[in-house]
Unconditional design. Structure first.
Length: 527
C-alpha cells in the first residue's frame, strides 16, 4: 500500500544562501534552513557513500554556529562568515531536499535534544564526543546536541550521514577518509542523532553498526532519538538487536516544552471533550496527529516551527476572514492560536443538510479561486498510487481532462468530524496544512475534496458537485469526479490498512479495520 507522496523539493542554492544571510531571519528558521541546506548539498555530493570535503566541513561549521545562535549565543557573525565561505565554493547550483517533518508537522523541538544532550553529558561526563546526525532533520538536531555538549565543556567533532537502501534494511557506507576520521577520534561517546526511530529502526541501527565495524565499543555508542519504543516491534531484526545494545537519551515534548494550565488534546484526546460516548469516536492514528492544547477559549495547534508556521497562519487568517474557519489569533513558537468555537462535530449522512452542502460548495469554490497552486496536479504519481493500492488502471483517455484541471491547495480533510455545527452555522476545522504534508494528495484537483466529502459522509456526490460547479464555473467536474472518487478511496484504503497495523491491539485498530473494509468496497474496480 502507498500512502506517502514524494514531498522532496528542488531549490536554488544561491537563493537559499541569500535568504539565510537576511538580518531579520529568526534563530529557528536559520537553524532549520542551514540543516536542510547541509542535508541537500551533502546528499547531492554523496549519492552512494558519505565522505568529507571542504564543502562538508564548511556546511557543518555553519549549521553548528546556527545551533549556538538558537541556544542564545551572539554567533550570527560566525554564521555569516561560514555562509560567505560557502558562496565561494563549488556548490551544486540546485539541490533536492526533503522537508524536516518533525519541525513541519509533528511538534519536534530542538529543546528536546538540548535536554537529552545535557542528560547524556551528566550521565557519562565525556571529555570528547563525536556527534553524527542522520540527514535530513538530524543535521540540525545533531548541531544542537553538539552545541549543548560544547557549552558544557566537552570537545566535540561532528558530521552528518545518510544510510541507503530499502527502508527496512538501511546500510551506511563510509568513504575511506571519513571512516579513518571516525576511527581515529578516540571519543568517549559517539552520539547518533535523528528524529526516529521509524517502523524499522534500521537507519539509526545502520550507523551504530558502521561504528562498531570501525572497532568502536558498543558501550560508547549512544542513540538520541525523538522517542523511545521498546524496539520489539521493529521490522528489522538487526535494528531490534541494536536497539537493546546501546544506551538511549530521549526527552519528551512535555518535559522540554511544558504548557502549564493547558489541556492536552493531542493523539485523539480531543474526542473526550467533544463526544459523550466512546463508541462515537472517529478513528485516529495518534502518531500522525498534530500536537494541540486548549488554554481557556484558545486552541493551540502545532503549525510548524521556523519557516513552516507563517504560511499556515496566513491561510488560517484568510479562511477565517472568509467565514469558513475559527478566528486566527496568531502564531506562538510554532503553535497556531485560534478561537475555540463551541460546536457539535458532524457524524455522517444524517447530518447532511442543504445548508451544509451550500457551505461546502462555497468553501471549495473559494479554495479553487484563492488558493491555486503554481504547479500542475501530480496525476502520474496519483495514478500509480491507485494502481498499487487497488489494481485499477486509469484510462488513458482521461488524462487530458485530469491533467488540465488546475491544482489547488485543497483542504484534504473533508471528514465529518472536521465540520462543526455552531450557533452561527457550519465551520471547517483543521483546514490549513493537509495539502502540504507528506501524505497524498498534496496540491490537487478540487475534485479530490468533493470525492472525500461524498465518501466520508456517505452521500451522493452529484448535489455537492453541481452546487460547486454553479459557483466556480468548473463545468468539467462531472467528468473528472469518478476517477477522484476511486483515487480518494484507494488512498484512504491504504491509510486505514497501515493505521490498523500500527495501532494493533488497541480500539483504534478495530475502527481502522472497519474503515478499510468500507474504502475497499468504494475503490473496487467495477466488473
Amino acid at each position: 500500500m502507498i500512502v506517502y507522496r514524494n514531498s522532496r523539493r528542488t531549490f536554488d542554492t544561491a537563493a537559499v544562501l541569500e535568504r539565510l544571510r537576511a538580518p531579520e531571519i529568526d534563530p529557528a528558521s536559520l537553524l532549520i534552513g542551514l540543516g536542510e541546506l547541509e542535508s541537500a548539498i551533502m546528499d547531492a555530493l554523496c549519492p552512494e557513500a558519505d565522505s568529507e570535503s571542504a564543502i562538508s566541513r564548511t556546511l557543518r561549521r555553519a549549521t553548528l554556529a546556527a545551533a549556538h545562535v538558537y541556544c542564545g549565543k551572539p554567533w550570527r557573525g560566525r554564521v555569516l562568515a561560514e555562509l560567505e565561505a560557502l558562496a565561494k565554493l563549488d556548490l551544486p547550483r540546485q539541490a533536492g531536499g526533503g522537508i524536516s517533518e518533525g519541525y513541519a508537522w509533528y511538534g519536534l523541538y530542538p529543546e528536546m535534544y538540548l535536554e537529552a544532550a545535557r542528560r547524556l553529558y551528566y550521565a557519562t561526563r565525556p571529555e570528547r564526543a563525536f556527534v553524527l546526525g542522520i540527514r535530513n532533520i538530524g543535521a540540525s538536531l545533531s548541531a544542537v546536541v553538539a552545541a549543548a555538549l560544547e557549552d558544557l565543556g566537552c570537545v566535540v567533532d561532528s558530521c552528518t550521514v545518510r544510510p541507503h537502501g530499502h527502508p527496512f534494511d538501511r546500510r551506511l557506507v563510509l568513504a575511506p577518509e571519513l571512516a579513518l576520521r571516525l576511527s581515529r577520534q578516540a571519543a568517549h561517546v559517539y552520539a547518533i542523532v535523528d528524529e526516529g526511530p521509524g517502523l524499522s529502526g534500521s537507519s539509526m541501527a545502520s550507523v551504530a553498526s558502521a561504528l562498531s565495524g570501525l572497532g568502536i565499543p558498543d558501550s560508547q555508542i549512544v542513540f538520541l532519538p525523538s522517542w523511545e519504543p521498546s524496539g520489539d516491534a521493529f521490522f528489522s531484526e538487526a535494528a531490534r538487536e541494536r536497539w537493546r545494545r546501546h544506551p538511549k537519551y530521549c526527552v519528551s515534548f512535555e518535559e522540554a516544552m511544558p504548557l502549564p494550565g493547558a489541556l492536552d488534546l493531542s493523539a485523539g484526546r480531543w474526542r473526550r471533550l467533544l463526544y459523550s460516548d466512546e463508541s462515537l469516536w472517529p478513528a485516529v492514528q495518534p502518531q500522525h496527529e498534530r500536537r494541540k492544547y486548549l488554554a481557556g477559549d484558545v486552541l493551540l495547534k502545532f503549525a510548524g516551527l521556523g519557516p513552516y508556521g507563517p504560511p499556515r497562519l496566513d491561510r488560517a487568517r484568510r479562511l477565517a476572514a472568509a467565514g469558513f474557519c475559527p478566528r486566527a489569533l496568531g502564531l506562538d513558537n510554532g503553535f497556531l492560536r485560534t478561537s475555540f468555537v463551541e460546536g457539535r462535530p458532524l457524524s455522517g449522512l444524517r447530518d447532511v443538510t442543504p445548508a451544509l452542502l451550500d457551505t461546502m460548495a462555497r468553501y471549495l469554490a473559494h479554495l479553487r479561486a484563492h488558493f491555486a497552486s503554481p504547479h500542475p496536479a501530480p496525476f502520474d504519481e496519483l495514478a500509480e498510487m491507485v494502481r498499487i493500492n487497488t489494481g485499477y488502471e486509469a484510462p488513458e483517455e482521461l488524462r487530458p481532462a485530469l491533467c488540465d484541471a488546475p491544482a489547488v491547495a485543497i483542504d484534504g480533510r473533508m471528514l465529518p468530524h472536521e465540520w462543526i455545527l455552531t450557533a452561527e452555522g457550519y465551520q471547517k476545522t483543521d483546514a490549513v496544512d493537509h495539502h502540504d504534508d507528506h501524505f497524498f494528495p498534496g496540491c490537487q484537483d478540487i475534485a479530490w475534496d468533493i470525492a472525500g466529502a461524498s465518501l466520508e459522509f456517505g452521500m451522493d456526490p452529484a448535489p455537492l458537485a453541481e452546487k460547486y460547479a454553479a459557483l466556480s464555473g468548473d463545468r468539467g467536474i462531472g467528468r473528472r469526479l469518478p476517477f477522484y472518487m476511486r483515487a480518494y478511496a484507494a488512498w484512504r484504503l491504504g491509510y486505514a490498512t497501515l493505521a490498523a497495523t500500527a495501532t494493533a491491539g488497541t480500539p483504534e485498530a478495530a475502527r481502522f479495520q472497519q474503515l478499510a473494509a468500507r474504502y475497499a468496497r468504494a475503490a473496487r474496480p467495477k466488473r
